[in-house]
Design a protein around this ligand. Structure first.
Ligand SMILES: NC(=O)c1ccc[n+]([C@@H]2O[C@H](COP(=O)([O-])OP(=O)(O)OC[C@H]3O[C@@H](n4cnc5c(N)ncnc54)[C@H](OP(=O)(O)O)[C@@H]3O)[C@@H](O)[C@H]2O)c1
Length: 429
């Protein structure tokens, strides 16, 4: 059997510790499948590893991740420190710059610098592998990059952040407020002390930007993603969605449209019965619509065990000499995506209006309903008296973002709303 593939591992946190453990535990099976063993020979870590059963005594500790990336005694550099800046960026560049393959789970780094890094890798004839960076254990990168190589993809969408899905699921199932669910998620370790990155939709946006590039052959462009989080979702919306036949999910959606490529992250109503609508808790799911098939993958999007499985799968490709371009095509050929403006987004909308209790309000609300094309007010016609308005939830048929925003601006100008209207886009199955 060939010599083992020697790994330099930077970061021994949740994922790094799990990778080191898996490589020891599964050594024989991995060697049999990949044709050679894979072993960590050196590591960089600030703190003792999270998994204190790891035996590091035979491994070299190198203080600087950049020095580890350049170390002459490793064949591959594995970056599991996280963050789009240093030391992740510099160490990955150092390894690729000398033609050394890199495996990383770092979506933040890839969302910002993925194209430059892939081009650097290509110019040095090295590989940049990142299966674990999107949806943790779900092999979505391989699926888009290799499995669907001959298909023309129209849309990729899914639940890419377990924290948000956990919160929305608990709110709906236990009739809890957003604030209470967030506290619970933090207590259980599903949400960070500063949860902004997750609940604000930014983590989903990073992953979506990577998926967009894989699906459409475009440059990764995180700034082109329209991002809204789940902070404004209330139990009232989840209950209304339920009555109307939907579930609310934070989706990342990348879609080819006539206006260009749409990339958007926002709370979304998904029709019940759609696989994505039924995904509960911290589970992730990604659906792909292509000219050849519709496909949905679901599974754990985070956690040491699942994520390490994806990192090790990348290492096994390298050990076996399987080479694939990082984004499934030559990185020099990745093109800037024609960006579809959000105002031109077309779809159905859920709109909830809370009206002030004064004469004339009902007439004004009636006017907004009439402004939308193909209106279908929830609950049918409601002959509310003019002086007793109530919250109104309505669903539009397909219309444009621009039309909805203009109608809402008009009704807000009328001064009959007690609070900002709630708008949730509907995703067709
Ligand atoms: N956790 C998941 O489920 C998951 C899933 C998919 C992808 N990922 C990605 O995987 C990567 C790692 O995530 P994680 O959850 O394992 O994070 P983590 O538990 O915070 O581990 C990161 C580790 O890197 C260490 N580190 C930071 N700077 C370092 C430096 N200069 N030198 C050496 N070590 C350094 C940290 O040490 P200190 O703690 O002392 O700073 C920590 O032990 C991230 O890019 C993340 O986005 C994670």
């Amino acid at each position: 059997m060939a010599e083992p593939l020697r790994v330099g591992l930077a970061g021994l946190g949740t994922v790094g510790s799990a990778v080191a453990g898996m490589l020891v535990r599964e050594r024989a099976a991995i060697a049999e499948r990949a044709g050679r063993a894979i072993e960590v020979v050196a590591y960089a870590s600030k703190d003792p590893p999270k998994d204190n059963t790891l035996d590091l005594t035979k491994l070299r500790k190198i203080d600087s991740p950049v020095a580890l990336a350049r170390d002459g005694a490793i064949d591959v550099f594995v970056e599991l420190m996280g963050g789009e800046g240093e030391p992740a960026k510099g160490s990955v560049e150092a390894a690729l710059g000398m033609g050394r393959p890199v495996v990383t789970a770092n979506k933040a780094l890839l969302a910002r610098h993925g194209v430059a890094l892939a081009r650097l890798a290509e110019s040095k004839n090295a590989e940049l592998c990142f299966e674990a960076a999107v949806a943790g254990g779900i092999p979505i990168v391989k699926t888009l990059r290799e499995g669907l190589g001959g298909s023309r993809i129209a849309r990729v969408y899914g639940i890419l952040n377990g924290t948000c899905n956990y919160i929305l699921t608990r709110m709906y199932k236990e009739r809890l407020s957003f604030a209470d669910c967030l506290k619970e998620a933090q207590r259980l370790g599903y949400a960070e002390a500063d949860p902004t990155f997750d609940i604000g939709g930014f983590d989903t946006a990073h992953k979506l930007a990577i998926l967009t590039s894989l699906a459409f052959g475009t440059e990764v462009d995180a700034d082109a993603v329209h991002v809204e989080g789940i902070e404004s979702i209330s139990l009232v919306d989840l209950e209304a969605a339920d009555e109307l036949g939907y579930r609310v999910k934070l989706l990342g959606v990348a879609q080819r449209t006539e206006a260009g490529i749409e990339q958007r992250v926002h709370p979304t109503m998904v029709p019940k019965g759609n696989v994505i609508a039924e995904i509960d808790g911290v589970i992730n799911a990604v659906a792909i619509d292509s000219d050849t098939m519709e496909l949905t993958l679901m599974g754990p999007g985070a956690g040491g065990a699942a994520t390490s499985s994806a990192v090790v799968a990348d290492l096994m490709d390298l050990a076996a000499g399987r080479r694939v371009a990082s984004f499934g095509r030559p990185a020099v050929g990745l093109v800037k995506a024609p960006r579809a403006p959000m105002q031109r987004h077309e779809g159905g909308y859920y709109i909830r209006l809370a009206a002030v209790d004064r004469p004339g309000t009902a007439a004004s609300l009636e006017s907004i309903m009439q402004r939308g094309r193909d209106r279908r007010p929830h609950g049918g016609d409601d002959p509310r008296s003019a002086n007793k308005p109530a919250p109104v939830a309505l669903i539009t048929y397909a219309t444009t973002e621009d039309a909805v925003r203009r109608a809402l601006a008009a009704i807000e100008t009328d001064g009959v709303l007690a609070e900002k209207p709630q708008v949730i886009r509907i995703e067709k199955s």
